[in-house]
Design a protein around this ligand. Structure first.
Ligand code: SF4
Length: 210
């Protein structure tokens, strides 16, 4: 795909949604970190249902440590992999309390050192809580980048590198959310909604639907 087409795609996505954000509900970088940690292989809707009660009871790392693994499990048992996630939440909170004064670090290395936090989660937190121009490639972004031929790549790391290279600076902070939302609601996995897609004429997917 050429530069002009990419710019036009991003311009249309921006015009359609000038201030995109995550659909996860959070009130602080800490709550965002925990919500993203819980969202692996789970929908944002299911995470939000669980975190309403969880954050009402524990909205800081110390409060989460005090709640304990079993207390966290009680709130998140409707989410997949909840046993492992509850353990990771508590271990992460212990590290935040002991090594970061109870504050989420604005630092990739420190974030990725937290249990259950990988590159994708770190990218989401750096982007959404701190405004860094990072692009966290999830299943939706991976699909949209490949189908459209905007930034094809064989795996999420290659797509991330490709996007970081080709997305102009002015679009970098929000690109992650535009692509996720586009993949979640229009360019859906099973059958893309090409007939109602605002970038249909620019997309290079060969098997477009009506
Ligand atoms: S035209 Fe179809 S395949 Fe292309 S981005 Fe839109 S929904 Fe996806």
């Amino acid at each position: 795909m050429n530069k002009l087409k990419r710019r036009e795609i991003l311009t249309r996505l921006r015009d359609n949604d000038p201030n995109p954000t995550t659909e996860l509900v959070f009130n602080s970088p800490f709550e965002l970190l925990i919500a993203v940690l819980l969202s692996a292989q789970a929908t944002d809707v299911s995470v939000n249902k669980a975190t309403v009660g969880l954050f009402a009871q524990a909205s800081t790392p110390q409060e989460m440590v005090d709640l304990g693994v079993e207390g966290v499990k009680r709130h998140i048992k409707t989410i997949g992999l909840f046993n492992t996630k509850a353990t990771n939440v508590i271990k992460t909170c212990q590290i935040l309390v002991e090594q970061h004064q109870g504050v989420v670090p604005e630092n990739r290395e420190a974030l990725e050192a937290l249990p259950g936090v990988g590159r994708k989660t770190a990218n989401v937190v750096l982007n959404t809580a701190f405004g860094w121009p990072t692009i966290a490639v999830d299943t939706h972004i991976f699909r949209v980048a490949n189908r459209t031929n905007f930034a094809p790549g064989k795996n999420v790391d290659l797509v991330e590198q490709h996007l970081l290279k080709v997305v102009p600076a002015e679009f970098k902070v929000d690109c992650h959310h535009w692509f996720i939302l586009h993949g979640r609601y229009t360019c859906i996995a099973r059958k893309p909604r090409c007939g109602s897609c605002l970038i249909e004429d620019l997309c290079e997917y060969r098997d477009k639907t009506d």
